[in-house]
Design a protein around this ligand. Sequence first.
Ligand code: ATP
Ligand code: MG
Length: 299
Amino acid sequence: MSYKSRLRIAIQKSGRLSQESQSLLKQCGMKINLSEQRLIAYAENMPIDLLRVRDDDIPGLVFDGVVDLGIIGENVLEEAELSRIAANEVAKYKMLRRLDFGDCRLSLAVPTDSDYQGVSSLNEMRIATSYPHLLKRFMTQHGINFKSCLLNGSVEVATRAGLADAICDLVSTGTTLEANGLREVDVIYRSKACLIQRVGEIDTEKQALIERLMVRIQGVTQARESKYIMLHAPKEKLQEVIALLPGMEDPTILPLANDQARVALHMVSKESLFWETMEKLKAVGASSILVLPIEKMMN
Ligand code: ATP
Ligand code: MG
């Protein structure tokens, strides 16, 4: 593969998505040396280059076809798309899949002591945000006029500082809002990290590599959500035991070397076992119950 046909993936250099983006790619088999603070990291064992940038730059790099893939929060992606559309510019990309990290919500928050009776309370108010287009879309859908105060950081202090009446900011636990005397009143957007691809021509080898990567990502994600369950159970209680297990496939039943009355049961489950289920299993006669993490999966 020539240098030009190396797959280019943009990920966040440092921030809330960077660790998970890197570990996802590593779990997909990419050997990358990320110790150096370089913009581009080359995979040693695959024709892939990682471009490490501010998350705000990732949508544009994909829209403009500078990189082939990008891992980005849907909130940033959709804001960038709306911003391009507003400027009559092109914003094309393919959504490959949502990922299992980067969960957050974009919410409206008002000072704790303020009277809030639904979004209409914000009519003609000034709202501070880093997401003016997502906010505008929501407010337009609800027929509310508002004044915008664009801040790219410190949004949570805007009301205290007298810059705005309310804010629209990302929230995951809500503790930052609380610490700043704010109350979350409406969720306007729910976000996760996602994997996007540029549109346009792509050589067959690169496309084949993307498809291999997608199978691996699916395997990693599925493995994270699944558990390997092993236990011993009395033969005559097998149906009761199986009924308690949230399974993906039929379990494997194996004989035990020195016990004719009992068998070993192995299975992959989509969920972990709750303590309550383990107690129920034990109550119907199961023993030696093990719940193990799975590293990789391929169906
Ligand atoms: P950069 O320096 O790359 O521009 P940033 O400060 O804009 O970084 P981060 O705070 O690292 O961005 O957040 C990156 C993304 O992580 C967010 O856009 C969002 O999709 C996701 N995220 C998950 N939880 C949260 C949260 N509690 N607050 C903010 N973002 C979150
Ligand atoms: Mg950013």
